[in-house]
Design a protein around this ligand. Structure first.
Ligand SMILES: Nc1nc2c(ncn2[C@@H]2O[C@H](COP(=O)(O)OP(=O)(O)OP(=O)(O)O)[C@@H](O)[C@H]2O)c(=O)[nH]1
Ligand SMILES: [Mg+2]
Length: 445
């Protein structure tokens, strides 16, 4: 039993650390000297892959009627009296019972900080003063892999809760892995408030719910117990969704003085918790593989896009240079036409003829008296100049659009991506090792 606990705890912890900090030194991978976590890689600005850190522990919430034995079960499970129990209404708030290195009690604010998924209920009025964390050093059963949430007993009538209990239970249900519902056989089994909460939880979390008839040793006669079981089953049947998988084991805290052999399925509760842990271990191992594959694919995609961009940049540059040369042709043409037109103005033409009387090419440039150049088109020079200038500017614009280059990865960035690929390969091999450990412990148990 202990071996199995250790392996599961180690796997959950290792996966959590791989996401947060990367492999610890000596984890048997080429990446062991790095301190970069899977999340750091996923969140890199070049990649931006959405990943969530798997939780280190499974959480199980216990709900049920007042005095159903919820807190007593937790104390029994961890082998330590962290929760107050008794016939009065004992538990008035929510308590997260978790394992740690030092016995400690955390109040509202610290509890909200400890469990980030409580963000959704942080503003529920009156909850802050009624939410706690009890850290216990217990190593009993699979406690090191599970956080157990104790909830206030549900009662009908005038009982006034300092906050909206049903709302908080429903909100926590979104985040816990298992919801244990305790019905005690005496009086409280038919509590309307409990039934309403169960009905609401069945809407979205039917698979997480497990029902038990607690304190079964209080009903010594078998036919009385059967009657209570039928009564609870009848009440639940219209409210629960997966009724084909419905079970209602009878449980009670083991005691030595019991003369009547009442069947006790309390180990089934432990088995349900163990199953949730096993499922979480499997789920986390699968999630890690999927995340690694997604990050690897993204790295390949970024490198491939960079290669394509490089080729495209070359094409764009060639087109840009061609357009630039063409633009120059039209620019020179515009300058030439402008020069011709300036020389053709009477004052400049006269001046040129006087200054350079013996240059024969001059007559080719200057119009004879009364001659209209540009194939006889009046203002042909102005038209030609405008046309070539407009063409020049249009070419400039097209060049500006065409010669726009993609930003390429720098050598440093490319090297970083290649390094990430090596890290991911390292993560995958560590994960393989964890999977082997998981199967080994399955065969041993
Ligand atoms: N006979 C018997 N008594 C039990 C068992 N479990 C708990 N009790 C007793 O039932 C009473 C109520 O137990 P709690 O654990 O305080 O019940 P709870 O569900 O936490 O109650 P609230 O916090 O008020 O909701 C205590 O006096 C316990 O000693 C059991 O299995 N058998
Ligand atoms: Mg209690």
């Amino acid at each position: 039993m202990r071996r199995r606990d250790d392996a599961q705890e180690r796997i959950l912890k290792s996966i959590h650390e791989l996401y947060e900090r990367g492999p610890s030194p000596g984890a048997g991978s080429s990446t062991s000297r790095t301190s970069i976590g899977l999340l750091d890689i996923a969140n890199d600005a070049l990649l931006r892959v959405k990943c969530f850190k798997p939780r280190k522990k499974v959480s199980a919430m216990i709900i049920g009627n007042h005095s159903a034995g919820k807190s007593s079960f937790i104390n029994w499970y961890i082998g330590e009296s962290v929760q107050t129990t008794g016939v009065a209404i004992e538990t008035r708030g929510f308590t997260f019972v978790t394992s740690g290195r030092k016995r400690e009690t955390l109040k509202g604010d610290a509890t909200f900080a400890f469990y980030d998924y409580l963000e959704g209920v942080q503003n529920v009025e009156g909850l802050n003063a009624n939410i706690f964390t009890e850290i216990s050093t217990s190593k009993e059963k699979n406690f090191s892999c599970v956080d157990i949430v104790d909830s206030p007993g549900l009662v009908d009538g005038d009982m006034c809760y300092p906050f909206d209990v049903a709302k908080v239970i429903e909100s926590l249900a979104d985040h816990v892995d298992l919801i244990l519902v305790f019905f005690d056989p005496i009086g409280q089994a038919l509590c309307k408030r409990t039934m309403k909460v169960i009905e609401a939880l069945n809407e979205n979390h039917a698979d997480k719910l497990a029902y038990y008839m607690s304190k079964a040793d209080q009903v010594e006669k078998e036919h009385d117990r059967q009657r209570v079981l039928i009564q609870i089953t009848q009440n639940l049947s219209s409210r629960i969704k997966n009724s084909h998988a419905f079970k209602l084991p009878t449980i009670y805290l083991p005691r030595d003085d019991l003369t009547v052999p009442i069947p006790n399925a309390i180990e089934e509760v432990c088995e349900d918790i163990d199953r949730a842990i096993r499922l979480t271990v499997q789920k986390n191992l699968t999630t890690m593989k999927e995340d690694c594959t997604r990050i690897e694919d993204r790295i390949d995609q970024v490198i491939k896009t960079n290669e394509l961009n490089k080729k495209d940049n070359l094409k764009r540059s060639l087109r840009g240079i061609a357009l630039m040369l063409l633009g120059w042709v039209f620019l020179f043409l515009s300058i030439y036409v402008a020069a011709l037109e300036i020389c053709a103005t009477p004052v400049i033409a006269h001046g040129l003829r006087t200054l350079l009387p013996r240059v024969p090419q001059l007559e080719g440039l200057l119009p004879r008296e009364g001659q209209i150049r540009w194939s006889g088109i009046k203002h042909g020079g102005a038209y030609s100049l405008s046309a070539s200038l407009i063409t020049y500017f249009v070419i400039q614009y097209i060049k500006h659009v065409v010669w726009r280059l993609h930003t390429l990865l720098t050598k440093k960035e490319l090297a970083r991506l290649q390094q990430y690929k090596r890290y991911i390969a390292g993560f995958m091999s560590i994960r393989e090792g964890l999977y082997k450990d998981y199967f080994a412990q399955l065969h041993q148990s």
